[in-house]
Design a protein around this ligand. Structure first.
Ligand code: SAM
Length: 277
């Protein structure tokens, strides 16, 4: 008689309430920014204090467990990815080679379980045997993926320079014509004192992407980015997807500026080899 394989648990028992999980992820982001700012100022005491607080919170392990809880109830990203790949004609026909896809910051197996996708899923802290424990910044780009999904990860990257480097690396992971699905909390673009939606769109374009489309839910900004196939296409005027969707107010005014999210593009030569770690 066949014994039924037991599924590896995705949701650990320690964080079960959504409210608690949200509080943990939010504190983790605040403390990592605090540590990064202290580091940039050369404030050793401040850095130590932020790290102590992070440890008390439970560190990356607690953050990871909380992320699983906060993201497990929503399939927004996977649904959007499937529908985009299908509408853009990138879903392989039955019996054809699956589409190579890299998932950065994977905390569930929603994409891994799709038969027409060949997914390599990575995360700083793996919570499933099929998710590789790997830092995105340690992957060598090979211009080979048909699609890369980087959902709610860029906002976890600690500095504007490392976020800029992440965008450049994403561009190097996809093949010409390939897509990058990027999402981030909407407030990073509507409530930041450092960047607006339009400025973020310009950064994306200066990396070499065309914004195929973008949209916003009440909490999340979605960008579908395409790497142009040829130099000719690269010169094509970008579609109207550059601006914020109707009804989304962006501003750097003091009343709205409660986020410090920003992205800076630097020459690789100017960055230390460990940047983004
Ligand atoms: C907020 S969760 C988002 C999870 C999932 N992608 C989603 O949209 O629901 C962010 C994830 O990104 C991972 N992460 C952050 N920086 C990373 C890096 N440099 N390399 C790989 N994973 C990273 C974190 O460990 C965390 O699991």
């Amino acid at each position: 008689m066949k014994t039924k394989k037991r599924k590896a648990p995705l949701i650990p028992k320690t964080v079960t309430s959504l409210r608690k999980a949200r509080a943990i992820t939010s504190s983790f982001h605040k403390l990592t920014s605090k540590a990064e700012e202290a580091k940039a100022r050369g404030d050793v005491k401040g850095l130590k204090a932020a790290r102590t607080e992070l440890e008390a919170l439970g560190g990356r392990q607690a953050y990871q467990e909380a992320s699983i809880v906060t993201t497990s109830r929503s399939r927004h990203t996977s649904k959007w990815v499937f529908s985009k790949l299908t509408s853009l004609g990138m879903r392989p026909a039955r019996g054809k080679q699956p589409l190579e896809l890299l998932e950065v910051g994977a905390v569930n197996t929603q994409l891994l379980s799709v038969p027409w996708l060949a997914v390599r899923a990575i995360d700083l802290k793996s919570c499933h045997p099929r998710i590789e424990e790997k830092n995105f910044f340690d992957l060598r780009p090979e211009y080979n993926y048909g699609a890369v999904v980087c959902s709610m990860v860029i906002n976890c990257v600690p500095s504007p320079e490392a976020r800029g480097r992440m965008l450049k690396l994403l561009h190097q992971h996809v093949c010409p014509g390939g897509l990058v699905f990027l999402t981030l909390p909407l407030r990073c673009l509507t409530h930041s004192k450092n960047i607006t939606w339009e400025q973020f769109a310009k950064v994306i374009e200066s990396v070499g992407f065309v914004i195929e489309s973008s949209k916003a839910s009440p909490k999340v900004a979605f960008f579908c980015l395409q790497k142009p196939k040829t130099g000719e296409e690269a010169r094509r005027p970008p579609p109207s997807a550059r601006g914020p969707p109707e009804g989304i107010l962006c501003g750097k005014g003091p009343a709205r500026a409660t986020s410090t999210f920003g992205v800076t593009l630097r020459d690789e030569a100017e960055l230390p080899a460990t940047h983004g770690r």
